[in-house]
Design a protein around this ligand. Structure first.
Ligand code: GLC
Ligand code: GLC
Length: 815
């Protein structure tokens, strides 16, 4: 069953009934001011940091789902009937309800009692504010007298404190109201230099800023007192819970429309210019007023919306494909690319599942996210790389997380996740391949943000590799430390205290537990660093990295191979994990993917064998589960992985992030049907028809789909913020379609389903535009036989970079 449909032309998902199985959300904002918005206008906004600069309040895990948002109410002044045009919070009967989630905007429209309302929500590029543009139309054949109310609840900035520290924050709330603008200025009187504002384009009949007056003490958002009686109270908040509500009266002739604009924004004043007049306690509004006035003008709001559309057209225009499969087309061209940009902006901070108060940016996560967005915003990828590298520790190790506002490593989570450093090499390699900008390698970057500790970025990469080499275990495999990619495989943790964090609790340091996964990752990273050394003309260094890689490759084949698949690890006692010898957890997905990506076992049949084992033991109709058999009870020597009930999360869930590794591995061994089949199983668009089961948004990947051991097999969770976005984009675009940036140019090496006869693509790369046409006979998957560039045959399938501005026509034949 579906709850809407894709509008591919407009790059929108159109939700046609409000009661989706879960709130289906979208993101607003692209640089600094962000928000999440659901299909019924739920959600919240923040400036830069979802915890420390939260503008509006949202209560997670609420009932009914998703209460708190950017609400509007309409009230018929004659009948007293009132409703929410976005369905929530009144949940009144609506006709023609539609929510269009687009690129950086959402539009919600509906009709009730002959009154149409459509609201467009978006954040203009380069501004720290959001616009709600509402159009109310009278479709009755008589005049309509209406009241329009807006409603938001302000958050007192620090979202954690806001939800916990009531003895203080029930006394701090302050606002100012001037004309049609409500200013929220809690703590501005003391150490903050910022405030929020909520403005309306129309003269007001009234306003409210005290939540409990607006709602009435025992009313919910579905029946605010002010709306029920049709008149605001003009309340001014002193402490308690500041809110923002405007009341606008509208009289509409039959057929008449009226546009009302609301602007919600964030503003900082210089320390010495906070107040006007100086010495008073009144906000200085001189600088913010012109900005507010500008976006309250319809033509400015429209212009800003057009700029936002252009911004996205440009980003998405960097890769556009036309294949025989609509699910591939819309994910690669629109939604997967969009999700990659969102994960770049949010990391893992704010979604319906990530409360915005918990985690910082992951060192590993951010480097992987980069793989998916580097082609769209290379300058911002550069900045991100330098920020991440500056938190690296002198040992080459890494803080597992860092804070976006301060850009410093997070001490509370600490380090010791031994895969982290290697991801920096992969992130930097992806940047170099896309841009050719080797100057980044000479950038002087600190360790642990310590001034004076700078070294060129290249040395950071060298230290990353050395970090692993200096931490080898009894089998010469890399020590796992706290965990490797799988945060929940905690082999040195031995936690028995309820509630203790598996990630931060003190570990036993046995120096024994090893990770085959890091072994594979190391081989991959060593080859990447060797290529980077070559770019710098250091062939001797390149050789030594390749030798390190070859040595690890041999170790993995010897101690990491189980006979039918790659093993997962050795535990604290030196016992094997992920082996036929284990009753539970005898085969894991991660080493099969990573070792083959690194090229281990391609020449001796191990790769195919491992992939066959994945197919027979791990693959399900809803995707590939993380391991089998699931852990039926808690294993103190394995940690968090066995804390989840079977089939969920890392305990044999379909952890979507890992599936593309197998897709890529299948393309490496040339099995295009298998690669594409796995791609289709978790492609959200291809799962649209089972939305009732899947439950999450059909336009973005979830982190997890419940595995076959779970009672809710096939049900997705944790949509949006996941490494799944980047890796699926990489798998589809670079390995299945096979358009891959390399240091030496653009490689075209597709591995397609047998039945396809080719596809077309446009790719912008280092300033030139490539029109690519791939043709093949049915029955073949892989093997480029001929490449013609601008009418001339070229040797091989790597196309050297073309001059900036060039239009390049590329014809590729397979088989
Ligand atoms: C989460 C984390 C990621 C980790 C994965 C597996 O997605 O963000 O860093 O690799 O879980 O544990
Ligand atoms: C939790 C999650 C896991 C995530 C980790 C990050 O353990 O279950 O997916 O990677 O936290 O800290």
């Amino acid at each position: 069953m579906r709850y809407g449909h894709f509008d591919d032309e407009r790059r929108e998902y159109v939700i046609t009934r409000p009661d989706t199985p879960l709130p289906w959300i979208n993101y607003l904002g692209s640089e600094a001011y962000f928000g999440i918005i659901s299909n019924t206008a739920g959600g919240y906004s923040f400036y830069r940091d979802a915890r420390l600069r939260r503008l509006t309040r949202y209560r997670y895990n609420n009932t009914p789902f998703d209460l708190g948002g950017r609400y509007l109410y309409l009230r018929d002044s004659i009948s007293g009937d009132f409703w929410s045009p976005s369905w929530q919070p009144t949940r009144s009967e609506l006709e023609d309800y539609e929510c269009r989630h687009g690129m950086g905007y959402s539009a919600i429209s509906s009709r009730h009692a002959g009154i149409e309302a459509e609201t467009l929500y978006f954040v203009p590029v380069d501004e720290n504010l959001e616009i709600w543009r509402t159009r109310v139309t009278n479709k009755r054949d008589a005049e309509a007298k209406l009241s329009l109310f807006s409603a938001i609840e302000f958050c007192l900035w620090d979202a954690w404190d806001d939800q916990t520290n009531f003895q203080r924050n029930f006394s701090t709330g302050q606002v100012e109201v001037e004309g049609s603008v409500i200013y929220h200025k809690t703590e501005y009187r003391e150490r903050r230099d910022h405030f929020a504002y909520f403005a309306c384009s129309e003269p007001l009949a009234g306003f409210d800023t005290q939540r409990d007056t607006f709602l009435g003490a025992y009313n919910g958002w579905d029946s605010p007192s002010a709306v029920k009686r049709g008149e605001s109270f003009d309340s001014v908040a002193h402490g308690w819970a500041p809110c923002g509500s405007h009341h606008v009266e509208l009289t509409l002739a039959p057929g008449e429309s009226k546009e009302v604009i609301f602007v919600l924004g964030y503003w900082e004043n210089a320390e010495e210019a906070k107040f006007d007049p100086p010495g008073s306690q009144t906000i200085n509004k001189k600088l913010v007023k012109p900005v507010i006035d500008r976006y309250l003008r319809p033509e400015e709001a429209e212009g800003a919306f057009q700029r936002l559309r252009d911004y996205w057209s440009e980003l998405l225009g960097i890769l556009q494909v036309t294949t025989p499969d609509e699910h591939t087309n819309r994910m690669v061209n629109v939604w997967n690319a969009y999700q990659c940009m969102v994960t770049f902006n949010m990391s893992r901070s704010a979604s319906f599942y990530e409360s915005g108060i918990g985690r910082g940016m992951g060192f590993r996560d951010s480097n992987q996210d980069l793989l998916g967005f580097v082609h769209m915003v290379p300058e911002r990828a550069r900045e991100r790389i330098l920020d991440i590298a500056a938190t690296q520790l002198p040992s080459g190790g890494a803080y597992h997380q860092y804070q976006p506002l301060t850009k410093r490593g997070n001490d509370a989570v600490g380090s010791g996740f031994n895969d982290d450093p290697a991801w920096l090499i992969l992130g930097v390699a992806a940047y170099l391949k896309e841009t050719g900008d080797i100057s980044i390698l000479d950038e002087e970057v600190t360790y642990d943000n310590e001034p004076g500790s700078e070294s060129p970025l290249y040395e950071h990469l060298q230290r990353s590799l050395r970090y692993t080499l200096q931490r080898l275990g009894p089998h010469e495999l890399p020590l796992i430390g706290r965990a490797d990619w799988n945060d929940c495989l905690n082999l040195n943790c031995f936690s028995t205290t309820p509630g203790e964090s598996f990630q931060t609790t003190e570990n036993k340091e046995g120096g024994v537990a090893e990770s085959v996964f890091i072994g594979g990752l190391f081989v991959l990273a060593a080859e990447e660093l060797a290529q980077i050394a070559e770019l710098r003309g250091h062939t001797d260094e390149a050789e030594s990295y390749r030798a390190d890689g070859a040595k690890m490759d041999a170790v993995v084949r010897e101690h990491g191979w189980d006979g039918e698949w790659f093993r997962r690890a050795y535990d604290y006692y030196g016992d094997v994990i992920g082996s036929a010898q284990n009753e539970e957890g005898s085969i894991f997905i991660e080493p099969q993917g990573m070792c083959i990506l690194a090229g281990i076992g391609l020449d001796d049949g191990k790769a195919e064998k491992a992939l066959d084992s994945v197919a027979s033991k791990l693959a399900t109709e809803h995707g590939i589960v993380l391991q089998q058999p699931a852990f039926s009870h808690y294993y103190v020597n394995l940690g968090e992985i066995s804390s989840y009930p079977p089939g969920y999360k890392e305990n044999a869930g379909i952890f979507c992030h890992t599936n593309p590794w197998i897709m890529i591995a299948e393309t490496i061994v040339g099995r295009g049907d298998a690669a594409f089949d796995y791609y289709r199983r978790i492609n959200p668009s291809a799962r649209e028809d089972i939305s009732e089961l899947h439950r999450c948004e059909p336009y973005v990947y979830p982190q997890m789909i419940a595995g076959k051991d779970a009672p809710s097999f096939g049900e997705a969770k944790n949509s949006w913020l996941s490494g799944t976005a980047a890796w699926n984009f990489v798998a589809a675009s670079q390995w299945i379609l096979g358009i891959r940036a390399e240091h030496g140019g653009l490689r075209i090496d597709p591995c397609l389903p047998k039945e396809w006869e080719g596809y077309e693509a446009e790719r912008k790369f280092r300033g030139a535009t490539y029109q690519i046409k791939v043709s093949k006979p049915a029955g073949v998957c892989k093997g480029v036989t001929r490449v013609v560039v601008n009418g001339e045959d070229v040797e091989g399938n790597l196309i050297a970079p073309q001059p900036a501005g060039a239009e390049v026509v590329v014809e590729v034949s397979i088989g």
